[in-house]
Design a binder for this molecule. Structure first.
Ligand SMILES: [Zn+2]
Length: 310
């Protein structure tokens, strides 16, 4: 079976969402110091490097390919490109806006963000943009978020690639904003729940019917946001839902309601949460036909990204 992981994070600093709200100071600042590569090449920038561990675990679980991407902290496109360069037959990458977040009130920063994403796609050969954390754009009200993410969607439209939005309810969510000069620290604030509600992606899907929009985690494990994701997928042919860490019953229901052809399997692999097995087992338990499983595990994403299915 061809298995293609929609979401993986083998380059580090993915853990800032999981620190307790009561202890905001316990959140470690991201490492912005350059870290040498383990291969003797020049340092590439801030990162933790877990690519080889992930490839080994992909082998263990029979996973052919994976999309590598940033999480809540924006990994540099050079780091992602290096992962793909080392494993060109196994990895593809989605571009990030790096340390520049599009901002409707800051044309200069938006320009740098667009340049970073365009370079990822046009020069480094990346196949999409993501993972975008909606809450990072607060305090823009959630119902106006579609304005803030327009520069991202415009790049997707220009290059014909999908965008991946994180939509899931964690016990704690933080919005993260860079402050000050390049290379300075980041600021963390609690992010209100509406920033994880897929319903607010509706305005984006209406405006960009030609851009495939991937909704991470089917909205998360709670019904309210899962139903938001479902409504979105039922209204828009360009919306895809990822099974990443979704409950078995949500996967089964999404396949019934939306059809298997817009459901994508993924693992959310990261160094400290290795979820290949759990996400494979959730799909096994969702009472799907072999054809549905085959589509969800790999073929849908391959077709979406224009990768031949072996
Ligand atoms: Zn996510």
């Amino acid at each position: 079976m061809f298995i293609f992981d929609t979401q993986s994070h083998p380059i580090g600093l993915m853990d800032v969402d999981h620190y307790p709200a009561s202890q905001p100071d316990s959140i470690p600042p991201p490492t912005l110091a350059e870290i040498p590569t383990p291969y003797g090449r020049p340092a590439l920038g801030p990162r933790d490097w877990d690519v080889d561990e992930m490839i080994a675990e992909m082998d263990q679980h029979g996973i052919s390919k994976a999309v590598v991407m940033c999480g809540s902290i924006q990994v540099t496109n050079d780091n992602l490109a290096e992962a793909v360069r080392l494993h060109p037959d196994r990895l593809l990458a989605f571009a990030s806006y790096e340390h520049y977040q599009p901002d409707s009130l800051d044309a200069a920063t938006t320009g740098k963000a667009v340049a970073a994403m365009e370079r990822g796609i046009a020069q480094l050969g990346f196949r999409g943009i993501g993972e975008i954390h909606w809450d990072r754009f607060s305090p823009t009200p959630p119902d106006q978020m579609y304005i803030e993410v327009r520069p991202i969607l415009e790049v997707c439209r220009k290059y014909g690639v999908p965008v991946y939005f994180h939509m899931s309810v964690e016990p704690l969510t933080h919005r993260i904003r860079r402050v000050g000069e390049e290379g300075s620290s980041w600021k963390y604030h609690p992010a209100p729940l509406p920033y994880r509600d897929p319903v607010y992606l509706d305005a984006v899907a209406i405006e960009y019917p030609d851009v495939p929009i991937l909704v991470g985690h089917m909205g998360g494990r709670f019904r309210r946001h899962f139903e938001g994701a479902l409504m979105l997928a039922l209204r828009h042919r360009n919306v895809y839902l990822t099974t990443v860490n979704a409950p078995v019953e949500h996967i089964a229901e999404a396949v019934r309601e939306v059809g298997a052809d817009r459901i994508l399997w993924g693992s959310d692999w990261a160094r400290h949460r290795r979820w290949h097995a759990d996400n494979l087992s959730a799909l096994d338990k969702a009472s799907l036909t072999p054809a549905q499983k085959e589509a969800i595990l790999g073929r849908n994403l391959a077709e979406l990204l224009g990768i031949p299915v072996p």
